[in-house]
Design a protein. Sequence first.
Length: 382
Amino acid sequence: MKIEVIMPQMGESVAEGTVVTWLKNAGEVVAKDEPLVAISTDKVDVEIPSPGAGVLSTILVQEGQSVPIGAVLAYIGDAVATEAVRPGSPTSWYSPAVLHLAKEHGVELERVRGTGSEGRVTRKDVLDYIGQRSTAPAPPLRVSLQPSGPPEEDQILPISHLRKAIAEHMVRSKQTAPHVTQIHEVDLTAIARYRESNREAFSRRTGVHLTFLPFVVKAAVTALKSHPLLNASYADDGIVVRKVINIGIAVSLEDGLIVPVLRDAGTKSVVTLAKEAADLAARAREKRLTPEEVQKGTFTVNNLGAFGALIGTPIIVQPQVGILGFGRVVKRPIVIDDTIAIRSMAYLCLSYDHRLIDGAYAGAFLNRVQADLEGVDFSTLL
């Protein structure tokens, strides 16, 4: 009996998907729900689980090929063995997913400590190793003053499916919407002091770190309720004002970024937003998001300060009409009532679609966000 492996529906606006990597080779035994193939679309990269147990008998769509939703990717036949052959010791056997990830990042698997069954190296072990390696200090730059001969030829790097999708969306957004960016300054001293005093207790109680992001998201949600045109989309036949507030949060990946969505954010507390944002960001970096989790955002928040930026001009995620970036929080001398005080300051950067939003409306929205951040009631965090 053959089981079909189908290119699944990946969202209402997605017509096709691309096979990025087969995580099993033809002839290998697979278990039901075991990760089988990595798929990429213009919305998300995901790993598709096996629809049944057996042997991956025939692969019809090769890596790099794009096919429509519903196409048959492969067949799984009846198992001829109860367990795949694993040559050598458990620590020297690696799954196709681990081998692919190691090859992609130049990881020597012998250096990776395995935490799986019997010491087996898992995909998470490799990701953790890559993360630790990326935080290690870079070697000192050595500059040779001696002639080094003729220059090397330019290197041509392949463009990933995700990078292509981002490029297409950025161009389309700038061509579609006349962008304007308005910047306000905000005093985050109260939040910074609260975080410093409650960092460890919050982490123990919730399991996540308390960052500035959920406070900014909560303030943006409150402001959107009183400024609904920023929670809308522009169309030739009218303005679509969204009743539900779904906040996209920009998450940086190794080869680009992705915007998973905090659903129905208007009903959630700062603590709930912190937990959900941390979960979405972690699963985005591990490529474990579902297609639905990157769909139907109505407004986006981007933490520009995560990589040290003070100010930025973010590009709108279509068909939304606004995106709020906030820069790095820094201590600076500020004049308050003719005296100088040291305060934790940041910039709020709102890019908006000038077809629908004007400067006065954008300014009123930013004033509301600023007021809520500077006057936050910490007793209502839950």
